[in-house]
Write a protein that binds this ligand. Structure first.
Ligand SMILES: NC(=O)C[C@H](N)C(=O)O
Length: 328
C-alpha cells in the first residue's frame, strides 16, 4: 500500500451551504473523510492532517511558507510517498507556484480544492480529492514539481490559473494545456516537465506590489508603492509589454531608486518582449533595467519575486532567474 498524507487548509472544499440563507461558510474538513474508504481500491492508505481552515483569500505568503514547512515535515517521514494539499481555489495557483519554486525533492505534491461546497448539488470536492490522492500515489507524478488536480485534469503549477468564477472546469493552463488526464482506471501524463530552479524555503519577502495597466492609467499607484518603500514591484502591462506614457514618471523613479521591477503582460498567452520603440514601449522599459518575466501572470510573477529576493536584489541576476525558468 502506498501512503499519502492529506494536508487540509480550508477553502470551499471544507465549506457547506447554509440551507436558510444560501451563504457558503467554513465547516471543516472532517466531512472529507467519507471518501477515504474509496481509496483502498487504488491500493492507497491515507492520513489526514487538519492543518488550518481558511478561505483562500485569507491565505498570505506567510501561510504559504507554513504550508511548505508542513509538507517537508510529512515528506521527511520515510513511509510517506506523497502529499495532497486541499486549498481554496481563489489563491490556489499562488500557493501551488510558491511550493513549486521552493520545495526540494521529487516526491509528489498535489493541490486540489472544490468549486461547490460539501452539501451543494454536484459537489466536486470528493472526486477532486480522490483523484488528487490517486495522482499523488502514481510513480510518474514524481519529479514534476507541484501539480494541481481538478476536474479530471492534471496541471503544472507554473502554468495553471483560475479562469472561471464558478465553473468546476475553472483551472486551465492557457498556454500549454493540462499535463495529464485522469480516467476512471488510469492516470495519463502527456507532457514532460522539468524543474529548473528551487529557491530557499523561506518566508516570502513582504512588500512586493502588483500594479495593473489599462488604457490611460497614470502612475498614482506606483507613486504609492514608492512611498511605501516597497521591496519589489510587478507591473502587468499591455500586450507585448507596453505601458501608457502617464505611468512612466513613477516607474522610472521606482527603477532608479533600486526597486526590482518585473514586467508581465495582461494577455493570457505569450511573452513580454522589447519589441516596440515608442514612449512606454517594451524597448524603453528593457533599457531602464526592468525585468521581463517569461509568460508568467502577474500574481505568479509576484510570488517568484518574493522568493527570488532572498537570493538577489540585482535586476540583471533576477532577469536570469525569470528567464531560466520559462513558463510560456
Ligand atoms: N472555490 C473556492 O475555494 C473559493 C473560495 N472563495 C476560496 O478560495 O476559499
Amino acid at each position: 500500500m502506498r501512503q499519502i498524507t492529506i494536508i487540509t487548509t480550508g477553502g470551499t472544499i471544507a465549506m457547506a451551504e447554509d440551507e436558510q440563507t444560501g451563504d457558503v461558510k467554513p465547516l471543516g474538513s472532517e466531512g472529507l473523510k467519507r471518501v477515504l474508504p474509496l481509496l483502498s481500491r487504488y491500493g492507497v492508505q491515507v492520513n489526514m492532517d487538519h492543518f488550518c481552515n481558511l478561505p483562500s483569500p485569507h491565505i498570505t505568503p506567510q501561510w504559504m511558507h507554513r504550508i511548505g514547512q508542513r509538507v517537508i515535515h510529512h515528506l521527511s517521514n520515510p513511509d510517506v510517498d506523497g502529499v495532497v494539499i486541499t486549498h481554496g481555489t481563489d489563491t490556489l495557483e499562488e500557493t501551488a507556484y510558491y511550493l513549486d519554486l521552493t520545495l526540494p525533492g521529487d516526491l509528489p505534491v498535489i493541490m486540489t480544492g472544490a468549486m461547490r461546497s460539501q452539501n451543494e448539488l454536484g459537489a466536486d470536492g470528493p472526486l477532486n480529492l480522490v483523484n488528487a490522492v490517486r495522482v499523488a500515489s502514481h510513480p510518474r507524478a514524481c519529479g514534476k514539481g507541484t501539480l494541481v488536480v481538478f476536474n479530471d485534469e492534471i496541471h503544472a503549477a507554473r502554468w495553471v490559473t483560475k479562469t472561471h468564477t464558478s465553473n468546476v472546469a475553472t483551472f486551465q493552463s492557457p498556454s500549454q494545456g493540462p499535463v495529464g488526464t485522469i480516467t476512471k482506471k488510469d492516470i495519463l501524463f502527456h507532457q514532460t516537465l522539468d524543474r529548473r530552479r528551487v529557491y530557499p524555503l523561506l518566508p516570502p519577502v513582504e512588500g512586493v506590489y502588483l500594479v495593473k495597466a489599462a488604457a490611460g492609467t497614470d502612475d498614482l499607484l506606483i507613486q504609492a508603492v514608492l512611498q511605501a518603500k516597497a521591496r519589489g514591484l510587478v507591473v502587468e502591462a499591455l500586450g507585448q509589454g507596453n505601458l501608457p506614457p502617464a505611468m512612466l514618471p513613477g516607474l522610472k523613479k521606482a527603477v532608479e531608486s533600486g526597486i526590482p521591477t518585473v514586467l508581465v503582460s495582461r494577455c493570457h498567452h505569450g511573452f513580454v518582449e522589447d519589441t516596440y520603440g515608442y514612449d512606454g514601449g517594451g524597448k524603453q522599459l528593457k533599457e531602464w533595467g526592468i525585468i521581463f518575466a517569461n509568460g508568467l501572470n502577474g500574481q505568479k510573477a509576484r510570488i517568484q519575486l518574493m522568493a527570488a529576493l532572498h537570493v538577489s536584489r540585482d535586476p540583471a541576476r533576477l532577469q536570469t532567474f525569470f528567464k531560466e525558468y520559462p513558463h510560456g
